[in-house]
Design a protein around this ligand. Structure first.
Ligand code: NAP
Length: 282
């Protein structure tokens, strides 16, 4: 079994992004810019935001982080996003989720113009992905595709199974695999016969958020297994959706948790930001 090393692949991707950011700065006299809007004090979100701003600094991307209190009104929060949308130094905007209760996330995200939507959550970008057109793709599925590319894993003609149908991971992941000519099945909490369906997969992506949902008996010999899940195990440690110890004996490739999909997600965000800056200059 070969480990799909997300840390190493992300470092390579970040290196390429840094070169593009430097080329953009040389041509346009300013860095690509990413704005992160963080509302409230969710501890996990604070860590993610810190990681993103550090990654921006290392890649030569200017960051504009706006911390707003959990008590902020919808109008004030929308005003902040509108201000960033109008700022020509800001090429990408992301609102860190989840939001505190009482805020209308859909209405807030709708204030991000599609060309600055570096999370790929806007209806336009989702539509472009569905139509197989160039647009911005959600960071986690894009990062997974970059990881598969890095290890030269063939996708065309393969049977792919995605567990999870969220708008931010499962659905765009399934669409990317379909666009890459895999034959794709999407499973969810109401799926009957999950184990048999998974057992047919050449490429299995687990994004359910259920610790050790995928066990060795569900995995085909030689399958490529990508574990998106980030769960706390009974011992309090971070673990994925895949029972690593069992599945590593059957998979040909497997992502670890941590150190697999997570670092690729951040690197893909940087890629999306630089791509947005490049597009804005065209
Ligand atoms: P989500 O919105 O909660 O969606 C989970 C999906 O899994 C849903 O479609 C759900 O089905 C399905 N599901 C839940 N239990 C299932 C089961 N027992 N069998 C089959 N399907 C099941 O979660 P998400 O935002 O997509 O995230 C999924 C996981 O990835 C989480 O652990 C999250 O922390 C992690 N994540 C990691 C990264 C990273 O960078 N590493 C990024 C994003 C998310 P229904 O639709 O029927 O409810």
């Amino acid at each position: 079994m070969t480990l799909l090393d997300g840390k190493a692949a992300a470092a390579e991707l970040r290196g390429r992004v840094k070169e593009r950011a430097a080329a953009y700065e040389a041509a346009h006299g300013r860095k690509p810019g990413l704005a992160v809007v963080m509302i409230g004090e969710d501890p996990a979100s604070q860590i993610y935001v810190r990681n993103k701003t550090k990654a921006c600094e290392e890649a030569g991307i200017r960051h504009f982080t706006r911390f707003l209190p959990a008590t902020v009104s919808q109008k004030e929060a929308e005003g902040v996003v509108e201000g960033l949308a109008a700022d020509e130094n800001v090429h990408g905007i992301l609102v860190q989720l989840p939001l505190p209760r009482g805020l209308d996330g859909g209405a807030l995200l709708a204030k991000i113009p599609p060309e600055k939507d570096v999370d790929g959550f806007s209806a336009l970008n989702i539509g472009k992905l569905s139509a197989g057109e160039e647009g911005t793709v959600a960071c986690t599925p894009l990062g997974i595709m970059r990881l598969l590319e890095r290890y030269e894993i063939p996708i065309e003609g393969k049977r792919a199974v995605v567990i999870g149908r969220s708008n931010i991971v499962g659905k765009p992941m399934a669409m990317l695999l379909l666009n890459a000519n895999a034959t794709v099945t999407v499973c969810h909490s109401k799926t009957k016969g999950l184990a048999e369906i998974c057992g047919e997969a050449d490429i299995l992506v687990a994004a359910a958020g259920r610790a050790k949902l995928v066990t060795a008996d569900m995995v085909k010999e030689g399958a490529v297994v990508v574990d998106v899940g980030m769960n706390r195990g009974e011992d309090g440690k971070l673990c994925g959706d895949v029972d690593f110890a069992g599945v590593e004996k059957k998979a040909s490739y497997l992502t670890p948790v941590p150190g697999g999909v997570g670092p690729m997600t951040v690197a893909a965000l940087l890629e999306n930001t630089v791509a947005a800056a490049e597009r804005s200059a065209r």
